[in-house]
Design a protein around this ligand. Structure first.
Ligand SMILES: [Zn+2]
Length: 283
């Protein structure tokens, strides 16, 4: 993906190095092994259940200024450009819908962070918090994608960010609130289906982002879409469950299978039409 020399977003909040000194966030939290396995690959959605059960210790001393490696700073710059791309794309789409797009903040943290949805550690992966309309990412996720999850590459990282911004779009459009409202009347399995539909729609929105960014700026390089697809496949819940526990439990999927994730990303990329992204249809 071509990204140098383009606008970088003003909406990045860099809190790296201020998170509270490398304590083990999950220690003594009473969280089962299975859940830990699941949240290690947590990619967004609604983290509140996990987050509410974790408590952060306040930092007891001033930290030394955060020292990013050159490689990490490069990645931070890249993330700022991708965030700006999402702002340009969604401003255009919202404009077409006669609405105004309010961009979210993207918080860069290291190790752990306190969000309006509770405390989070980088082991949970990137997430979006609807309560304060901020997305959170520890840049080490880039390395995890490559080394542990079998995805990786700059466009893969861009896809992950576009997915989180997709959750923000759902928040603005009221989709998220609709699902949360329906929750009390639904069984766990039924609610889980809606939750998967939310995730797949965020993938679809990431596809829309790729479609429009390409149209607006001609940034795609050979292999980029394949890279995103490979990552979507690598972080499907079936694959993750298989890695974590050796078998899959369809009712427990919260992001959708690898095949579903790829399908919806691709549909958004190919159609560029937000109307085709109803992942709730036919549930
Ligand atoms: Zn998500």
């Amino acid at each position: 993906m071509q990204w140098r020399g383009r606008r970088s977003s003003d909406n990045v909040e860099d809190v790296r190095g201020t998170g509270g000194g490398g304590r083990n966030l999950l220690a003594g939290g009473g969280i089962g092994t299975l859940l830990i396995a699941a949240i290690i690959y947590f990619m967004g959605g609604d983290p509140s259940q996990v987050l509410q059960s974790t408590q952060l210790q306040p930092p007891t001393q001033q930290q030394a200024p955060y020292q990013a490696s050159a490689e990490e700073q490069e990645l931070a710059n890249f993330v700022g450009v991708v965030l700006a791309d999402t702002e340009d794309v969604w401003a255009q789409i919202f404009n077409q819908m006669k609405q105004t797009y309010t961009p979210p903040k993207l918080v860069l943290f290291s190790g752990q962070v306190q969000s309006a949805c509770g405390g989070a550690s980088s082991a949970m992966g990137p997430f979006y918090c609807p309560a304060n309309q901020k997305a959170y990412i520890d840049l080490s996720f880039y390395t995890d994608l490559k080394n542990k999850l079998g995805g990786g590459g700059d466009f893969a990282m861009a896809y992950v960010i576009a997915h989180e911004i997709g959750h923000h779009v759902q928040n603005l459009l009221g989709t998220n609130a609709m699902v949360q409202q329906a929750r009390s009347q639904l069984s766990e399995a039924e609610y889980n289906k809606l939750s998967v539909a939310l995730e797949l729609q965020a993938d679809f929105y990431a596809g829309l982002w790729a479609h429009y960014t390409q149209k607006q700026k001609n940034v795609l390089e050979e292999g980029d879409i394949e890279e995103a697809m490979k990552t979507a496949s690598a972080i499907g819940d079936d694959k993750l469950q298989m890695q974590a526990q050796g078998y899959t439990v369809p009712d427990a999927f919260t992001h959708g299978t690898s095949e579903q994730r790829m399908k919806w990303f691709k549909l958004g990329f190919e159609t560029g039409d937000i109307q085709t992204g109803n992942t709730f249809q036919g549930l």
